[in-house]
Design a protein around this ligand. Sequence first.
Ligand SMILES: [Mn+2]
Length: 334
Amino acid sequence: MDDSPVPLPGAAFYTVADRRFFPGLVALLNSLRLTGHEEPLVVVDIGLSPQQREMLADHVLLVEPPSPDMPAVFVAPYGPLRRPAEVAVLIDADIIVTRPLTELTEAARQGRIVAFVDCLPNSHRFHPEWQTTLGLGPLRRRRYLNAGFLAYPHALTERLLPPWTEGQRTIGVAHSRYGSATLDDPFYFADQDVLNAVLAARFEDDELLVLDHRLAPHPPFPGLDLVDRDRLTCRYGDGAEPFLLHHVLAKPWLRATRDTVYSTLMTRLLLAPDVALRLDPPALPLRLREGRAAALDRRRADAVTLVHDHGRHQLGRFGIRTRLARRRARRATR
Ligand SMILES: [Mn+2]
């Protein structure tokens, strides 16, 4: 007997959050609602506080992770396994949506997997070991996709999720950036490397809709202007508008980061009167609040992190992580 849950009609969004990610989660939720997305947001709860759960109760569907000791980075596929939908949109809690995603959910409904190319230099990432370690069969080399956003139709679930979750079990986290790996390790990006391997082995070109990185950019969001704070509209000089902003690496609600379109929108998304779930300003770091003291704190944080980041690009940032991981690994063997 088939006891799998009946898919929710239409699209649903899926994310993962613990108590530290709560402000990011609320910004994501509010950005979806402000861009017209009323579809369910399913959250795999990997350690929200009771108070946070209560605040979210009227806004999201909370589901449990498969087991409490599963590494957080591997939990993403369990939202749609618990509460399937005709179109599943996996989206990180460090993403805010800045324009309607209807084109993307529609492409997924018509049978395609939709994702964005990762940032340079990762956009060219490929490892032949993906094939041998995971035993997936021959790989078609394509551009490397970021796993922070992934939309797919329910019909592709069986081809996509089991090899993804099995591959994650095969590699574990020890040989990834969450363990002691370095960037040249084939599974440094863990879940994301496995996802790219599965797509390369099991899906044809015409089953994928691959979108440019600039339509889902990362900090510091180069060339992007905020043109309408109320409607969240961001635009490049050539008129292109990204679908979302993805705050990879350091999170603005956890530590001082550069002042960017994301952090500007975050304040609006958490505190403005028109949002679905409004937070209490004292619950946020000063730099994310409104008013003069907050603006001063923001400028101070921006100056500090600007000096810190000066001249450093993504490769440098990952390179530093890699060096740190090497140092940690050395220390561990001492
Ligand atoms: Mn992310």
